[in-house]
Design a protein around this ligand. Sequence first.
Ligand code: SF4
Ligand code: SF4
Length: 340
Amino acid sequence: MGYCLEKTRMDEILAELSGSFHIYGPRLDARKKKVRFGKITSVSQIVTDRQSDFSAKEVYYPISQVMFYFREDKVEVSELKDDRDILIFARACDLNAIRSLDHIFLKNGNAEDLFYSRIRSRVRFVLMECQESFEHCFCASLGTNRAEGYAMAVRFRDEDLLVQSCDEKLNSFFEKEKSADYEVRFVEENQKKLRIPEISRENLKQISDLPFWKKFDESCVSCSGCNTVCGTCSCFDTVDVVYDEGSNDGERRRVWSGCMLDDFTLTAGGSRARQTPGANMRFKLFHKFYDYKDRFGDGHMCVGCGRCDMQCPQEISFFDTVCELSDEINHMSEAKRGDM
Ligand code: SF4
Ligand code: SF4
């Protein structure tokens, strides 16, 4: 069941919904000329004609988040200041990306991560239909062009919107609207077709030792921009902030970090497990296309959103890197077969 709504009518419904929800969507940060997820009050604020530069993760996994307050000998767990639910207008790749964070934070051990789960449990998605595949997308190669579990779906048209509501809490907002036949459509093909590398326990060491990784020692500047925009990168650091010099009062924050940073593996005593940008790239690629799947059996971690390629100041394409590694592995296997 679907509905057809004028954009002005949808704005009125958004105003009604804002009584119960914080509503987010990809909007233009005019100062930085980047599209990132922010609060919206009108559908006209939602950028529909391009991929957003940032992913939706910063809504439910904040860049910086207080975990605890410590005061002399007492520790208090932080609390969320407001309890409104969250509605996010996002694309199929984003809905698939949150599945990865759910695995990392909710299903990765014996206990759920409190600081993630308490926000995550309030999040619902409005699926934004992709009318076209954008330049850097390769979601169809990974099956992340399709999504499930959304509370609403929307097709933006020039004058109006088609809406589908699949959530009890939202249905009542559309009861009086004009009904319309609306079946959600997904992009079926991208210009970019990913060649997925066959990485396994058997060839892992051989792939790790390839000279392939060395080229990134020259080109990558370890800025971690690719981690920042990625909806599936979940690494963080913890930082203690003491309020005053000599005081024992302060807070522990969790702050995003990233495997591509120079000092990501730095430990006390100055030792670093990975010493070069090439080693970091290898780690990232293995994580996106081997470790995650091996551990959770849930498809690959990368959802093919293409944001890392849009972001890299050195024009290093992760898409190309993955395809080239795939070719390297094929050559490796052919050479092995030739030796037999
Ligand atoms: S690795 Fe790149 S393409 Fe894959 S999900 Fe992250 S940002 Fe998107
Ligand atoms: S964005 Fe590019 S230069 Fe920066 S860490 Fe990632 S691959 Fe390296």
